[in-house]
Design a protein around this ligand. Structure first.
Ligand code: HEC
Ligand code: HEC
Length: 337
């Protein structure tokens, strides 16, 4: 039962909230100006500016960053996460498919690690739910790091600096779960806000050129946003590759081409993939899970044809590609490269 003191306190808090909250919710004076033409379209859109990364536990992030660049996570100490997710190359290897330990050729294109914490699931087929779960994948993948926790953990435990760093953060020291946790903490900091598109969405009209804005309007009018939507312009649903026209016709599909079918074994998931984010897409060629498109323009043509059943004019292709190039954000205060 509440005491009268608690009841009095609750009433006082309610009163304070009633006085303060409306003021917090009231729009700033600037927002009261008459909307310019185009405002309604922009505010009604499915996209939103990327937030700044959350303030991370600095020590854990630093450990995660070191592990992300640690070749001892691979069988022969030759390959780190950064080998395939180069932070100076848009978080990818810019190869059609990745090359792992001993030159092993992978079966699929490496997506960027930038903003991957915002994906609703990890990998093209969504087989890992979280970044923590994802991290064990490449370590064990024979065409990536070709190793195992049994091999990796003793190597890390033999390093006194790691032993200290882990001991300071985790009571149980160097374990598989803690390595994954630290790497994921680092990855959570890999958000890239302040692209020119984000600035435009925040009302800085001059941040994008007329052509890029035109490309954005076409991107929406054509219906690209039915799949590439939300803060990431993607990363929040699965869709078939080849909705309107068969993309895989005339070729023997690889295991990777089966997409989400590999996870669920359901016929309706054949050729279904996570819709990739288009953030920083100008930096991550070649495109698609099979790395088959070398340029943004060719990726846009394939998308219009196979996902929307449309043959679009070169002018529109170029405008959309120009818009996509405005999606390059910043990390640690510098534009991504
Ligand atoms: C040999 C190259 C290679 C190495 C090394 C590698 N990756 Fe990857 N990474 C890939 C490829 C290829 C994929 C896509 C695999 C798939 O979807 O089936 C991928 C997918 C991912 C994804 C999912 C992104 C998304 O949008 O779905 C994340 C996150 C990731 N890797 C992080 C890491 C981390 C962390 C490490 C180190 C522990 C690592 N990778 C090591 C090639 C590599
Ligand atoms: C029906 C859903 C859907 C629609 C509509 C759609 N896309 Fe996609 N998009 C996808 C999927 C799924 C993929 C991944 C395909 C793959 O590689 O397996 C993708 C991949 C891409 C890629 C490659 C990204 C990368 O990192 O490899 C680009 C660029 C792209 N889409 C742009 C567009 C544009 C521009 C439009 C409109 C003309 C569009 N998409 C319409 C679902 C869609």
């Amino acid at each position: 039962m509440k005491t009268s003191h608690q009841a009095g306190l609750a009433a006082a808090l309610a009163l304070a909230a009633a006085l303060v909250i409306p003021r917090l919710l009231a729009p700033p004076a600037e927002a009261e100006r008459a909307p310019e033409e185009g405002d309604a379209r922009i505010s009604a859109d499915a996209a939103a500016p990327l937030p700044a990364p959350p303030a991370p536990p600095a020590a854990k992030q630093a450990l995660g960053e070191r592990l992300f660049h640690e070749p001892r996570l691979s069988r022969d100490d030759s390959i780190s996460c950064a080998s395939c997710h180069d932070l100076g190359r848009g978080g990818t290897d810019r190869r059609k498919v990745s090359i792992g330990v001993g030159g092993a050729v992978g079966g699929i294109n490496a997506p960027t690690v930038f903003n991957s914490s915002l994906n609703f699931a990890q990998f093209w087929d969504g087989r890992a739910a979280t970044l923590e779960e994802q991290a064990a994948g490449p370590i064990h993948n024979p065409v990536e790091m070709a190793s195992s926790w049994e091999e990796v953990l003793p190597k890390l435990r033999a390093d006194a600096a790691y032993a200290d760093q882990f001991a300071a953060l985790y009571p149980d020291g160097i374990t598989a779960a803690n390595v994954a946790d630290a790497i994921a903490a680092f990855e959570h900091g890999l958000l890239t806000p302040d692209s020119r598109f984000d600035r435009y969405l925040r009302g800085e009209r001059e941040a994008m050129t007329a052509r890029e804005i035109d490309g954005y309007q076409r991107f929406r009018a054509l219906g690209c946003t039915s799949c590439h939507q939300g803060v990431q312009l993607g990363g929040n649903m699965y869709q078939k590759f080849g909705v309107m026209r068969d993309y895989f016709a005339g070729r023997a599909p690889t295991a990777a081409d089966l997409g989400r079918y590999n996870v669920t074994k359901r016929e309706e998931d054949r050729h279904v993939f996570k819709v990739p984010s288009l953030r920083n897409v100008a930096l991550t060629a070649p495109y698609f899970h099979d790395g088959s498109a070398d340029t943004l323009e060719s990726a846009v043509i394939v998308m219009a044809r196979h996902q929307l059943g449309r043959e679009i004019e070169t002018r529109d292709v170029e405008a959309i590609a120009a818009f996509l190039r405005a999606l390059t954000g910043q990390w640690r205060g510098k534009p991504l490269e």
